[in-house]
Design a protein around this ligand. Structure first.
Ligand SMILES: Cc1cc2nc3c(=O)[nH]c(=O)nc-3n(C[C@H](O)[C@H](O)[C@H](O)COP(=O)(O)OP(=O)(O)OC[C@H]3O[C@@H](n4cnc5c(N)ncnc54)[C@H](O)[C@@H]3O)c2cc1C
Ligand code: SF4
Length: 509
């Protein structure tokens, strides 16, 4: 029998992967490869690279221990062709193999690269998700607009999660209204579980230090889980220490508390070290046992069962051109402050510093700080998309692009979000303590020291009036704008333009 190659990518580290299930360990060869093409197509954060390589090495060892033949290419191997197609061709030639078994990659670029191979490709669905493409498409078909909330209810019914017969637990589908509180410092909040680097991780840290010396981001201290057992321990730790408070601090931001009650599970989940349905069931069990309140558990389950699955459905439904969309025709280059060049805006400085140190920022920081600022300032969404894809340890295109292009930048014209996620400084002040130590004054709307979010908010709304004034949820905002005296409006717009000019000239804002 002729050997087949079984491709396992860096975010496919699951023993139950469809390609492995379809393969025969007595006959087939598993191909795994650390390659420069993947490691450098955007400027990945060094923690993200180290996490991926270490988790791949440990997964390869686990497959080998389970009896698989594994051809593993290390980044520094002299024969490494440094691309996934190149490594498949090299292994195919060495083995006399003509067939590749693969699980669908989460990135249109790799899907196309595999399809172009001069080998016979059998590509299997990635069924590590709760909804299949067919299910999502059937739900979406014929709908005028796609709203996560309705898809989420379908998923609740399908899985039975937090259901009492046909009704949602507690009588409501969504407890978001209880999850919009600011946070107070809490010395007992533990944050995610941290792991000491073992020998495999140490090797990888040295490799990343040597090969990617100019990356944006701190490699050390490195504390991520890098295998399924550690990820499981991180999940168990989250369920007992943070889940009960998850809802209360979900939208909050606090200086010195970078994780609040967030899970920090997305890197592990997206790499395949954890299973989404299992996480949801375990969270539900905490509610059923009376150890976590419904607003927390429902909010958490909605992120995974609702948002994560919805976002993936959009990526694959919309097609390869999705990451390049730019409905608002924003073209401003990404300012250097995103790469740590410094800013006087304390909220942005906090989010960037934590991104640099941890390869992590939580959702509200991504959406309402770095995302909000980019949208208000008219930054090119493609450049921002590359930034998000690079700097976060959990970033893979299928999940990052709809969050950035769709949810955060409205660059898909309103497929993911029904209105743009924009706010002035008042929202940031309500949900964080950042404004208290800022160079700018959040209460000041114009003049020297006015919060940039206050100025840019109106500039954004004014320049996109044709698109948004008729949106029923934005009409009242435009009416407020129209009620301002004309000279005040002119001052705001002129000062906002001055700020944008400063940004364009490379000045500090
Ligand atoms: C501009 C932007 C870019 C983003 N890029 C990514 C990305 O590349 N990868 C990624 O996994 N998430 C991304 N998100 C979604 C979200 O910010 C992260 O999933 C979350 O911050 C991960 O941290 P956590 O595990 O502590 O999450 P928690 O707040 O504890 O949430 C629990 C889990 O829910 C899931 N989840 C929550 N929100 C979303 C969402 N909007 N989309 C998909 N899954 C969600 C994650 O798997 C997460 O682990 C992005 C959001 C924005 C606004
Ligand atoms: S004043 Fe404005 S820029 Fe400063 S932290 Fe508050 S919102 Fe951010």
């Amino acid at each position: 029998m002729v050997t087949r190659l079984v491709l396992v990518l860096g975010d496919q580290l699951s023993p139950g992967l469809s390609a492995l299930r379809a393969a025969d360990r007595t006959r087939d060869l598993v191909v795994m490869a650390e390659v420069m093409a993947e490691a450098s197509h955007v400027r990945h954060h060094p923690k993200k690279l180290a996490f991926t390589f270490a988790a791949m090495r440990k997964f390869a060892a686990r497959l080998a221990a389970a009896g698989w033949r594994v051809a593993y290419s290390r980044l520094d191997d002299p024969d490494n062709t440094q691309s996934i197609p190149g490594e498949l061709l090299r292994r195919a030639a060495a083995e006399g193999a003509h067939q590749v078994l693969a699980t669908e990659p989460g990135d249109w670029r790799l899907i196309a690269a595999l399809a172009d191979l001069p080998l016979t490709l059998r590509q299997l669905p990635d069924d590590r998700f709760i909804a299949s493409h067919a299910e999502f498409d059937a739900w979406a078909a014929g709908r005028k607009s796609l709203r996560m909330e309705y898809f989420y209810r379908e998923m609740r019914r399908k899985t039975g999660l937090l259901m009492e017969g046909d009704a949602p637990a507690g009588g409501k589908w969504n407890y978001d209204a209880e999850n919009r509180k600011p946070a107070a410092p809490d010395l007992f909040r533990q944050g995610p579980l941290r792991f000491d680097p073992d020998d495999i991780v140490q090797d990888v840290l040295r490799l990343v230090e040597t090969r990617f010396p100019d990356s944006f981001g701190q490699l050390r201290p490195f504390w991520f889980a890098t295998d399924a057992d550690q990820a499981e321990a991180a999940l168990a730790h989250f369920l007992t220490t943070a889940l009960p408070g998850f809802g209360d601090t979900q939208d909050a931001m606090l200086t010195g508390d970078r994780f609040l009650n967030h899970a920090f599970l997305s890197p592990y989940l997206n790499a395949g070290l954890l299973d989404p349905l299992d996480i949801c069931r375990r969270a539900e069990a905490e509610y059923r046992a009376g150890r976590a309140p419904l607003n927390a558990v429902e909010g958490f389950i909605r992120q995974i069962l609702g948002w994560r699955e919805f976002i993936r459905g959009i990526y694959f439904r919309e097609g390869p051109d999705y990451p390049g969309r730019n409905a608002l025709t924003h073209t401003r280059p990404l300012p250097a402050l995103y790469w740590g060049a410094g800013t006087q805006m304390n909220c942005i400085a906090q989010a960037i510093a934590q991104t640099r140190d941890e390869a992590y920022a939580h959702h509200i920081q991504r959406l309402m700080l770095t995302g909000n600022f980019a949208l208000l300032a008219g930054i090119d969404p493609g450049a921002l998309h590359e930034w998000y894809l690079a700097v976060y340890a959990d970033a893979h295109e299928w999940v990052e692009a709809p969050n950035t292009i769709g949810m955060s930048q409205f660059a898909d014209g309103g497929i993911v979000a029904s209105k743009p996620y924009v706010s002035s400084g008042a929202y940031i002040d309500r949900m964080s303590d950042y404004c208290r130590s800022c160079h700018y004054d959040v209460r000041q709307k114009t003049g020297k020291g006015a919060c940039p979010f206050n100025l840019l908010y109106w500039h954004f709304l004014d320049r996109h009036r044709d698109r948004f004034a008729a949106n029923p949820r934005m009409g009242p905002i435009y009416r407020n704008w129209d009620r301002m005296p004309p000279d005040r409006r002119a001052t705001i717009l002129a000062e906002a333009q001055g700020l944008l000019d400063r940004l364009d000239a490379g000045g500090t804002v």
